[in-house]
Design a protein around this ligand. Structure first.
Ligand code: NAI
Length: 488
């Protein structure tokens, strides 16, 4: 385990700039501020030790400080190499009452532009509670909760424990990605110093709350295979998360990313959006709003029909690839854009991904493509000169471009997501008996509560049911108002 560094960020002197932004964000995050008011005294998370792996942005800073206000101890890393806002990370390290000379915040390990080796080192740091153990006089403590986005922290614990039980980390195999090799190398180093580190950590974890579609998908797979080690709350599928953050968040941050990266006029362009789930719907709507002609692709007939009824052309990429100016992937799937597609694209077509991982675009294939040359236009914007003589512009090296090229979703929508996160952490920590090992969504009354906490700020006047009306439609005046399978 070694000595846990207090934190690692790009530049601590950015803390004041970060603190200003946090202050403004608090005003736009009424759900989180309401939880501070409701639970700040009773501190339901006292004793909670949260290992957090989620984009280290200004909005996440407000989440972290809410968890702390509710009594938790926290260690934090970003869940993407490009998504950290360095000023937010600095402000979190310094803390609201510390200074650059005497930082007194949360141990955070995150900076914009990490290497993959840095990234997995940072992820390991959120599990190393050596400093907290020393401060409390304990021999050893680990985290007791994980707050995850995309499942990398959860993956590290499960893989680490698996390899410890097997007594060794497997050798690199031919088909392994570079990133998987980095993870294996990190775990080999871990096994060289301890044979039960991850086993002990896993045993101490009460549960995980998972932010996104891709991480949730991994959790359901672990549960199906009987490998899930602790209960999980699927925050993504709270209605007030996926139907808001994934959709309205992308509607804001996708054009933001395109503009900051390229400043290309979107109006009049042909844009291709792969996937018409929550993220794809927000993407397509935003781009149409800018005056683009949007073509959608789907593999699911229901979503394909939805896209058509919403007025979008629905086509396979092969049929339209030569006409498209801007490509956006948001499927959570792999190899949606292949090197064959890249080779057929217009000169300087923009290729960008908003799905969780960088394999939606075959970046590995592009890197291996003979004769292809990569030119940095600026950080997170690369021209790839292809052997055809044409180029494509790839944003954020194929990773989440709304976080890599812009600053992710804005505060108000993240307040909805993160209010669900905090409620989910409270549920797992305070009511573990309700959650045997498995994957759960929050009960509907909490989902409705999250929405309710955001109405006043928008001047929404909610109609109240009369007792007679409530009886007529068979619900209570105070909710829940819908059956669990209602789709919104
Ligand atoms: P979803 O499951 O609602 O939508 C994905 C859609 O892609 C589905 O309708 C599916 O049928 C379709 N699809 C799958 N394979 C396809 C293929 N080969 N071609 C065309 N369509 C295909 O998932 P959601 O919530 O929209 O999330 C999508 C991804 O975005 C996930 O990886 C999620 O983690 C990520 N995400 C990213 C955010 C960001 O800030 N960039 C925010 C929220 C989610």
């Amino acid at each position: 385990s070694g000595t846990a560094l207090p934190f690692k960020v790009a530049d601590l002197t950015l803390a004041e700039a970060g603190r200003h932004q946090i202050r403004l964000a608090e005003n736009e995050m009424p759900g989180l501020m309401a939880l501070r008011a409701e639970f700040g005294e009773s501190k339901p998370l006292a004793g909670a030790r949260i290992a957090g792996s989620l984009h280290m942005t200004v909005q996440t800073a407000v989440l972290i400080e809410t968890l702390v206000a509710l009594g938790a101890q926290v260690r934090w890393a970003s869940c993407n190499i490009f998504s950290t806002q360095d000023e937010a990370a600095a402000a979190i390290a310094v803390g609201p009452h510390g200074s650059v000379d005497a930082p007194a915040g949360v141990p955070v390990f995150a900076w914009k532009g990490e290497t993959l080796e840095d990234y997995w080192w940072c992820t390991q740091q959120i599990f190393d509670w050596t400093a907290e153990a020393a401060a409390s006089g304990a021999d050893w403590i680990g985290p007791n909760l994980i707050l995850d986005d995309g499942g990398d922290a959860t993956l590290l614990v499960h893989s680490g424990r698996d390899f410890e039980l097997a007594g060794a980390v497997p050798a690199d195999a031919a088909g392994d990605s570079h990133e998987y090799r980095v993870i294996l190398a990190a775990l080999r180093a871990s096994l060289a110093t301890s044979h039960d580190r991850w086993t002990r950590i896993a045993a101490g974890i009460i549960g995980v709350t998972e932010e996104t579609t891709t991480g949730v998908h991994r959790l359901y797979e672990l549960a199906r295979d009987g490998k899930l080690l602790f209960p999980a709350i699927n925050v993504n599928d709270s209605v007030t998360k996926s139907k808001f953050d994934n959709k309205y968040g992308i509607r804001h941050s996708l054009p933001d990313g395109l503009n900051r990266a390229t400043d290309v006029l979107i109006g009049g362009k042909v844009v291709f959006v792969a996937g018409y789930g929550d993220v794809g719907k927000g993407a397509a709507e935003a781009l149409r709003g800018q005056g683009a002609r949007v073509i959608v692709s789907e593999i699911d007939p229901i979503n394909a029909l939805q896209a058509a009824m919403d007025g979008f052309q629905v086509a396979r990429i092969e049929s339209v690839v030569e006409q498209v100016d801007i490509f956006i992937t948001g499927t959570g799937n792999l190899n949606v854009i292949t090197t064959e597609h890249l080779l057929r694209m217009k000169h300087l077509a923009i290729v960008a991904n908003v799905g969780h991982f960088d394999n939606e675009i075959d970046m590995a294939g592009l890197e291996d493509l003979a004769g292809a040359e990569k030119i940095e236009i600026k950080p997170q914007v690369h021209e790839w000169r292809l052997p055809t003589g044409r180029s494509v512009l790839v944003l954020s090296e194929g990773r989440l471009m709304n976080l890599g090229n812009a600053t992710g979703h804005p505060s108000f929508v993240m307040s909805n997501s993160f209010t669900n996160q905090v409620l989910a952490q409270i549920e797992l920590y305070c009511y573990p008996e309700k959650y045997p090992v498995g994957v759960y969504v929050l009960p509907k009354h909490l989902d409705e509560k999250v929405a309710r906490l955001h109405l006043d700020a928008l001047g929404v006047e909610l109609t109240e049911l009369t007792p007679e009306q409530a009886a007529y439609i068979g619900v209570s005046v105070d909710g829940p108002y819908k059956v669990d399978h209602y789709r919104y």
